[in-house]
Ligand binder design. Structure first.
Ligand code: ADP
Ligand code: MG
Length: 619
């Protein structure tokens, strides 16, 4: 099982604290939940957002966060931002992004992107780890404890390599990443959508440079991403660029051209544009006066309607993506129960109002959109830390999964409430000599007998060479992936014969059904125990009858003993034929054991006598 609740904390008496980290393209931050409320962790200046920026200064020092952002004007080619665009990608895949970045990126021998600062080369994992280290340091100062574990979020569309690279970055930062969580899932959690109610959620995430929209399906407490859409080059930076043009337009033409060639001034204009934009989220109009030295003074007033007219086409592009995501999810807009806002740019009033009229219902706005992802990660982190038992159905298997074994009992491989993804392998064998195939029936439920559980599927493992019962070694693996899909495979270890099946996600049970099956298992615990005991007792009796009969053929016993053993075996066989209960079978087995116990001695002494006799004859 994954995520074992081993405490790494320095003090065993303190609750285990696991950080929730939103490692963003523009900004990163951490949150924690201790007790009922999750909260973001702030630095001494009261800031929660840490700009995802690293500056490699010429003197060898590295700065991270706001300090690095401030140095961007001074060292534009030594200041690394938007590293999330490169992490886990090949150089070829990263190339379109690389062209737009203000610092140099080169290909390594293995064709991976490396940030080039002078002669130094830095991997995206390394740069990300510096950001994570800063997030961790800020968090440790805020809680007054050292912290080693985290849940880190990534976009839903990140592939395995991108997720793994994010984990590697965490390890470099001294953090054990307990779980990589999808950003939209985290956001939904932060808004109180905790899997307690089935439904469909639309997550609209407009950040600094990226736009992501996801449709989530929540069923039986499991979150599944039905679809994602978006634009990796659409965000608040584009709003800034439009305002920057407005600012530049106020300069004389000659000065304007020279500004475009000076990255320093361009940066200053962009930063002024961003502050103008942020003020326009609250005010109906905003003014700006920016002294550009000998290029003149840029002076503008922008009204909200002017700003909105400028950005309207960009906002429309996000809505086109929403439409696509809804279509890809195979649901209608009317099926969407909750709309969740994420990302700093959803503070722009036009974004909210357009989205609302497009969807026909208002989005939730009670969580700070900058913080939603980190807060959700903190909730998940707290669950993984084992501090929250009420949220057990989140990303866990609702009912145990197992296979039917000889006699109709269910052997559980994955237990209820195991967190997913998870995988368990157990070895089984055949019950009959020369058996060349086995039927594997997969069951879900808490009861002991297959007949009281729910069959999810079955398949056959054929082509096993004939061997005595018990000799084939059949490894059965149950694997539940992060989306809740169960794959079962069976493999005979000696011959490598293999077969498998995939079972549909979420296993088609409603939450009420899960609850009912749980209650039933408690109610019937006693019956089940007895039924299972009867099966086991029966198997034991059958084995004894078989074994004793074989021994009788081999051993040389005096006729009176053969008679008494035969009698006991026959009695037990009779009980089996009559379907006797466990108690009677147990008595029969004990009787047979008593009789054979004396034979064991006798067989030895007769063998000894025989050996002695032969020796005497030879001498
Ligand atoms: P990311 O997920 O890409 O790291 P964030 O969610 O932190 O990004 O969003 C950053 C963007 O949000 C920036 O473009 C920033 O200017 C914008 N932003 C932050 N606050 C506001 C606001 N009050 N009004 C408009 N835009 C804002
Ligand atoms: Mg974000």
């Amino acid at each position: 099982m994954t995520d074992s609740p081993v405490t790494k904390g320095d003090d065993a008496r303190e609750p285990r604290l696991v950080l929730g980290i939103d490692l963003g393209t523009t900004n990163s931050l951490a949150a924690i939940r201790a007790g009922s409320e999750a909260r973001v962790l702030r630095n001494q200046q009261g800031e929660a957002l840490i700009p995802s920026v690293v500056c490699y200064q010429p003197d060898g020092k590295t700065s991270v966060g706001s300090a690095a952002k401030a140095l961007r004007l001074e060292h534009p080619d030594r200041t690394v931002s938007s590293i999330k665009r490169l992490i886990g990608k090949s150089f070829a895949d990263a190339e379109p992004d690389v062209a737009k970045l203000p610092f140099a990126v080169v290909a390594s021998e293995r064709n991976l992107p490396r940030v080039a600062i002078g002669d130094d080369r830095h991997s995206p994992e390394e740069v990300s780890s510096l950001i994570l280290r800063e997030v961790r340091r800020t968090a440790e100062l805020a809680v007054g404890r050292s912290l080693h574990e985290a849940v880190i979020t990534v976009p839903a569309w990140f592939d395995d390599t991108e997720r793994q690279a994010t984990k590697d970055a965490a390890a470099l930062a001294g953090l054990d990443c307990l779980r990589i969580l999808n950003e939209p899932t985290a956001a939904a959690l932060a808004y109180g959508i905790d899997g307690g109610k089935d439904g469909t959620v639309l997550v609209y995430d407009l950040g600094g440079g990226t736009f992501d929209v996801s449709v989530l399906r929540i069923q039986d407490g499991v979150f599944r991403v039905l679809s994602t859409a978006g634009d990796t080059h659409l965000g608040g930076d584009d709003f800034d660029a439009l305002l920057a043009q407005r600012i530049l337009a106020t300069l004389p033409e000659r000065a304007r051209d020279s500004v475009n060639e000076d990255p320093y001034v361009l940066q200053a204009v962009n930063q002024a544009a961003e502050s103008l934009k942020i003020r326009l989220s609250e005010a109906e109009s905003a003014e700006l006066e920016l002294d550009l030295g000998d290029r003149g003074i840029a002076k503008v007033t922008v009204t909200r309607p002017e700003f909105e007219a400028a950005i309207a086409p960009l906002v429309q592009r996000t809505l086109d993506c929403v439409q696509r995501a809804i279509a890809d999810a195979g649901v209608g807009l009317d099926a969407v129960g909750d709309i969740v806002l994420v990302g700093g740019s959803t503070r722009v009033p036009l974004v909210r109002s357009r989205l609302e009229s497009f969807c026909g219902k208002p989005p939730h706005t009670h969580v700070d959109p900058d913080q939603a992802v980190a807060l959700g990660a903190a909730i998940q982190a707290d669950v993984l830390a084992g501090n929250d038992r009420s949220l057990l159905l989140l990303d866990v298997i609702p009912l145990s999964l197992g296979i039917e074994t000889l006699g109709g009992a269910v052997q559980k491989l994955i237990l209820r409430n195991s967190t997913i993804p998870t995988s368990v392998t157990e070895e089984f064998s055949t019950g009959v000599d020369g058996q060349t195939s086995v039927d594997l029936r997969i069951f879900q439920g808490e009861r002991e007998l297959a007949q009281n559980c729910r069959q999810l599927g079955n398949f056959q493992l054929a082509g096993i060479p004939p061997m005595p019962a018990g000799l084939p070694r059949i490894a059965v693996t149950f694997l539940v992936d992060a989306d809740g899909v169960l794959r079962v495979t069976a493999r005979e270890q000696r011959t490598e014969v293999q077969a498998g099946i995939q079972v549909s996600p979420s296993f088609g049970l409603t939450r009420d059904e899960v609850r009912r099956m749980m209650l039933e298992s408690l109610e019937h615990a006693q019956d089940d125990f007895l039924a299972r005991e009867a099966i086991e007792q029966r198997q034991k009796a059958e084995a004894m009858v078989r074994g004793t009969r074989q021994a009788l053929e081999l051993a040389e016993l005096p006729p009176d003993q053969i008679y008494s053993v035969h009698k006991a075996v026959k009695a037990l066989d009779r009980l089996l034929a009559d379907n006797a209960d466990a108690k009677a079978l147990n008595a029969g087995c004990e009787e047979l054991t008593k009789v054979t116990a004396t034979i064991a001695d006798d067989v030895i002494s007769s063998a000894v006598t025989k050996a002695l006799r032969e020796e005497q004859e030879n001498s």
